[in-house]
Each structure stands twice: as C-alpha cells, then as structure tokens.
Write a protein that binds this ligand. Structure first.
Ligand code: KIV
Ligand code: ZN
Length: 521
C-alpha cells in the first residue's frame, strides 16, 4: 500500500523540446521531436513543453503534432505576453484538449524592465495579466513565468505572482533565467512567495533553473524543500548556455536522499532514464560527457582497485544508487547479433520505443544484418542510429549517402568519390583534400551546394572492441540558420564522418522546408 500523498508530489515539467532545443546546434526535426516526446511519455513526466509555436512554422507544427498524438502528459506551448504568440500557442496545443497548457512569460527584473522591455512595474503587471487572460480564452491550464525572477525585487515579484493568479494562472513558474541564484537564497525566495502571496494556494509553484554556476539541480532541490511542487528540467541537462536543471539528477537525488527530502516524490519511471538519455543525445547530436552524473558512461564504472575490492565485498560501499534503477542493465547491454531473427529484432526495437512493421521493419532489419555482419555485437546505440539513418521519414530534399570510395595513404593525395541520392536522383563527384575526411566533406559540399562552415569535429568509439562503431559528431554553421549538430556512427570512421556531415545538411534543409511548408496561423 502506498502512503504517498498528493501534496508531496513534485511535478516534472520537461522542457527538452523547448529550452533544451535552444541549445546551440541541438535543433531537431519533426520526426525526432515526436520520438523524444514518446520517450518522455514513457518516462512518465507530468508535462511536456513541446516548443515555442510562434518561433517558427516548424516549431508550431511540432507542438501541434505532439499535442495530437502523445497521450498521457500535459502538453505545453510557450508564448510571450503578445497576442499573436498566445494565439499560435492556443492553436498548437488545442489537439491535446484538456491536457493543453499555455505557458506565458514576461521579464520582471529591474535590469530587464529598464534595458530590454523599457516598461515600468505597472505596465509589466498589466501586460502579464492581459497575457494570462488571453491565454485563458484558449485553455483552462495557464502557466505564467516572471522571467529573471531570481533577480527581481521580492515584493514586486510577489505582486506580479498575486496578479497573475487572480487573472487565472494555475501554475506560477519562478525562473532563475541566468543561473545566478544560490540554493539558500533561491529557497528563501520560494518561501517568501508561499508566505506573502495571499492567493498562492490557488496555484502550483514551479521552478526553472539554469546551470550557469552549476547550481541548477541544487537550486531546484532547495526550492522543493521550500514549497515548490513543480520542477522544470531537461534530459541530460541540455538547454540555453550551460543548460537547465538535469531531469535525471533531480529525480534521482530526490529518490536516493529520501532522508533529506522527506516524503517528496516524482512519478518518473526511473528505469526509462538511461534509454531516454541516449535517445536525446542521439537525436540532438549532443554528446553526454563520460563523467556526467547518473547517465555518463563512467557514472557506475569503478576503476580503482580499492573501489573494485569494496564493490565486490559490498556494493553499497561505493555505489549509492543501483544502476538498474536508472535502466542500466549490467551484462544485458549486449543486445543482438547476426543470428538474431526478425522476431527478436522487432521485440527489441519495440522495447526501445520503435514500433516497426511492414517495410520499415524490413528496412531496419536489413540494415541491422548489414551492421551485424561488420561487427559481432550490436548495441542499443547502434539500433537507435539505424532507425535514425534508415527509417525516420526524411523530408523532401534531403541527401542520402549512396556510395563512398576514398583513396589515401602517406604518399597518396587523399581523394574521395561520393555518390549522393536526393529524391531518387543520383549525383556523383570527386575531390582531393588534406586527409580522407577533408576530401569526403569537400566532395559533399560540391554536390549539395549547401554553404556551411565546419566548426567542430569529434570522434569517439561508442561501443567496445576492435570492431567498435566510431561515432562522429560534427557542428556546422549555416549563415542564415546558426549552428547545426549532426551525429552518425559506422565501423568506418570516414563513412561516419560523411553521414554526420550529411545529417547536419539534412537537418538544415529540413528546418527550412518545415518553415516553408507550415506557415504560421
Ligand atoms: O529561462 C527562462 O526564464 C525561461 C522562461 C521562458 C521560463 O526559459
Ligand atoms: Zn530557460
């Protein structure tokens, strides 16, 4: 029998698809966003912030599609306190029905009032109230965020919060927008609002902490200790600048240190954490550092002899969490080999969250057999890469690598011949370069004619052994778009580089196409 009380539940508001996607280079296409949203639903988060509908037609379409297809969590769309933003958000979340939420925000700190908005305090309150009222005409569930709340005068912050609750806000979210707060002070801010806003009981307090000083999780924990009951976070802590509060760290801290946080709990299905983390990394192209808490490759690795000895004697000497609780299944990470049949493959893909049937199942299975021929052991990361590279629908205009031949050596001028397919048409070219990768990327540039500048190139091995897949992550700057990151893996690192680079070009093209195809309402 569970003794959990509703008032102790901390709601998890996941903003991977909105603030997380604002991370430079992390942009995702519609299919990728849907895949992440499905994973977040399996993780059992309470609210998914699916995007900022007015930001671009592609964002609008993604929020609308997520609202239409994802069952379970509430679906939120972000809007400034501006009529057309709220109209777009209202229309985008409408398919979620009663689960639709509009999240309106307006900055309240002196520095933002003076330099960004050039508005007096009274004007801020007026605009915030008008924004909430307008949002209320679309949905019952309205959230208001006083942007840069942690640098706002406490008495004014309390005034704004009271006014927006009076106007109908059911959630007030207190952002530490620039990651400036320190835990004790941030906790005091939440307590102050609890004690000084007369109608505070009519709304849930959320917090939204950025990680500029590495304190986002600590600040969020202190906030819930002081009365907040919603935490806004992202998978792997991705987000603007240094990122947001990391979902996995917050959830596991609350769960592991029950002694410190009393009866507070979340409803997150923690066994889904690891898989979701890897999926987000794969789809955004943002690598998870090895020593990242909870989900990094080293999080549960014990290298030193003393630690290993302690672990063998008693696991809890050096391990405060059970890796299985976050979905790291020791010994079972090896998943499939070339003798695995279609049925095992389909079941495993289903467990990973991909429901494949018919032609898609056949295509993915063939790609898997090809890979299993090249390397004995195929891991979950390999399978996610297969789906991304072979199965996810590609918007028109995207390029697929059809053929690659590279000639290189210490006395040979590196030369690449590349064949790309776009909408059934094959184009071929060749070029020389400073090395095999350079020659390949130059050839791709000649064929695609998409002007981008390579700003970062990283190679790492994602699986173990001599037949390991090399994973290449590249970041490309496009003049009219900013940074785009692409990732691909192969047992051949030049092929991985070519695919990662094409992945960037395709993401760039997909972003442009989505915006052209889905004009804003
Ligand atoms: O960091 C921030 O203040 C935000 C708001 C829109 C909530 O992301
Ligand atoms: Zn933010």
């Amino acid at each position: 029998m569970s003794s959990k009380k509703k008032q102790d539940q901390v709601l998890i508001f996941d903003t991977t698809l909105r603030d997380g996607e604002q991370c430079p280079g992390a942009s995702m296409g519609l299919q990728e966003k849907l895949q992440v949203a499905r994973a977040l639903a399996r993780l059992n988060v309470d609210i998914i912030e699916a995007g900022f509908p007015i930001a671009s037609p592609g964002d609008f379409a993604a929020v609308q599609e997520i609202a239409r297809t994802i069952k379970g969590p509430r679906i939120a769309g972000l809007a400034r306190c501006v009529d057309r933003d709220i109209e777009a958000a209202g229309e985008a979340v409408a398919p979620a029905g009663k689960r639709g939420r509009i999240h309106v925000f307006l900055a309240t700190s002196a520095i933002h009032r003076q330099f960004k908005l050039r508005k007096a305090k009274e004007e801020i309150i007026k605009a915030a109230v008008a924004g909430v009222k307008k949002a209320k005409t679309y949905v019952e569930d309205v959230q208001f965020s006083p942007e840069d709340a942690s640098r706002t005068e406490l008495d004014f912050l309390a005034e704004v919060v009271e006014a927006v609750i009076d106007a109908g806000a059911t959630t007030v979210n207190i952002p530490d927008t620039v990651g400036y707060a320190v835990p004790e002070e941030f906790g005091r801010c939440i307590r102050y609002l609890k004690e000084n806003v007369p109608n505070i009981d009519q709304a849930v307090i959320h917090v939204h902490c950025h990680n500029d000083l590495g304190l986002a999780v600590a600040n969020s924990l202190e906030a819930v200790r002081n009365g907040a009951r919603g935490v806004e976070c992202t998978m792997n802590g991705i987000g603007e600048r240094a990122g947001n509060c990391s979902l996995e760290e917050f959830v596991m801290a609350l769960r592991t240190r029950k002694d410190a946080f009393g009866d507070l709990y979340t409803k997150v299905e923690t066994k889904e954490i690891f898989r979701t983390s890897r999926l987000v990394s794969q789809l955004t192209g943002l690598h998870v550092q090895r020593n990242k808490a909870i989900v990094g490759a080293n999080a549960f690795a014990h290298e030193s002899g003393i630690h290993q000895d302690g672990m063998l004697k008693e696991r809890t000497t050096y391990e405060i969490m059970n890796p299985e609780d976050v979905g790291i299944l020791s010994g079972t990470e090896l998943v499939l080999g070339k003798h695995s049949g279609r049925h095992a493959f389909r079941e495993h893909m289903h467990d990973l969250g991909f429901k494949l049937t018919g032609e898609k199942l056949e295509g993915a299975y063939n790609a898997f057999i090809d890979l299993a021929d090249k390397k004995k052991q195929v891991y979950d990361d390999d399978l996610v890469a297969i789906v991304q590279q072979h199965i996810m629908e590609k918007p028109p205009g995207t390029f697929v690598l059809n053929y690659l031949h590279v000639s290189t050596g210490n006395v040979t001028v590196p030369t690449a011949t590349v064949r790309l397919e776009k909408e059934g048409v094959i184009s071929e070219d060749a070029a020389c370069g400073d090395g095999p990768v350079d020659a390949t990327l130059k050839t791709i540039d000649r064929i695609t004619q998409v002007p981008g500048t390579l700003v970062d190139f990283a190679l790492q091995s994602i699986t173990t052994g001599k037949d390991a897949q090399g994973e290449v992550t590249v970041t490309v700057r496009f003049d009219d778009h900013g940074l785009v990151t692409g990732k691909a893996s192969s047992t051949d690192i030049v092929e991985a580089a070519a695919k990662a680079y094409l992945n960037c070009i395709n993401r760039y093209i997909a972003g442009k196409t989505a915006n052209e195809e889905h004009p804003l309402p």
